[in-house]
Ligand binder design. Sequence first.
Ligand SMILES: [Ca+2]
Ligand SMILES: [Ca+2]
Length: 211
Amino acid sequence: MKLFRGAPVLLAAGATGLLLVLPAAARQVHEAMAAGAQQAAVQAEASTAPSSYWLSDLDWVSATGSWGPVERDMSNGENGAGDGSPITLDGKVYQKGLGLVPSSKIGYDLDGRCSRFRAVVGVDDEVDQRGNGGSVVFQVVADGKKVFDSGVRYGVQWSPTVLSTTTGSLEVDLDVTGVETLELVTTPWLDGFSNDHADWADARVGCGERP
Ligand SMILES: [Ca+2]
Ligand SMILES: [Ca+2]
């Protein structure tokens, strides 16, 4: 049998087939191709990983509030537009988010492009020591179905003898894979909207492409 340089070496032949040993050069080519395929797979995975989009940077379909318009990246403040302060919950300042007074509903068309929704909700520190510290319920509605309910969240409750702490901020982390319409619903609970300065701090969605 005549062997050519670089050609596979026939070691054995039997009923079940042939056993070939690749020469070093061919093995290096094979390993390089495998490494290239692995690199391509990693790059493909990276390119399809969701990107994070702040809800305050996206266009909403509709947004309503009870004491002035919904504010982007600031607390509600008073009933004028743009008169809020940096969003602050439990002393922590958030650069991004939505500030409002309920009843409020903010709707977004996600068009099934997103997989995750996250936010931190609570009553903004700007209502501290005004008396009644506010009481708010935060809900998330996906395609008409309620998928999150915070229960009542209080701001600082003041009385002549007691200044209690708030119920604190609450992290929200939801799977919204395939959701077409996302609504952030905020209600004043049972006692009206006095001092209900509500924040959806750091509200964001993770999406394959911008919704
Ligand atoms: Ca305002
Ligand atoms: Ca209330």
